[in-house]
Design a protein. Structure first.
Length: 94
């Protein structure tokens, strides 16, 4: 599974993913450990995908007068994934 898909699936859950250099950080309920393990198992692909997402988000935030949530949704749409609001989050089976 590619890094973007893994990040998008994590986004559909209560799992929060962030990076700091080469460190991948995930926060969420214990029931999402299988999702977190998938991310760790594909760490380099996830890190590359995160960088691509962050680039898109930065470009959008610099060029558009959108709220942060709108910019996040647009960044995901630019990467080929549907926008997901907080109310649409769901549990992803691992």
């Amino acid at each position: 599974m590619d890094g973007l898909r893994l990040l998008h699936e994590a986004r559909l859950t209560d799992l929060t993913v962030s990076t700091d250099g080469q460190r991948l950080t995930m926060r969420g309920p214990a029931r999402l450990a299988p999702v977190a393990q998938q991310l760790v198992g594909q760490k380099q692909a996830v890190m590359d995908a995160w960088e691509l997402y962050e680039e898109r988000l930065s470009i959008i935030l610099d060029s558009e007068e959108l709220s942060h949530d709108e910019a996040v949704a647009l960044a995901w749409m630019c990467l080929g994934y549907p926008a997901v609001s907080q109310g649409q989050q769901q549990e992803v089976a691992a």
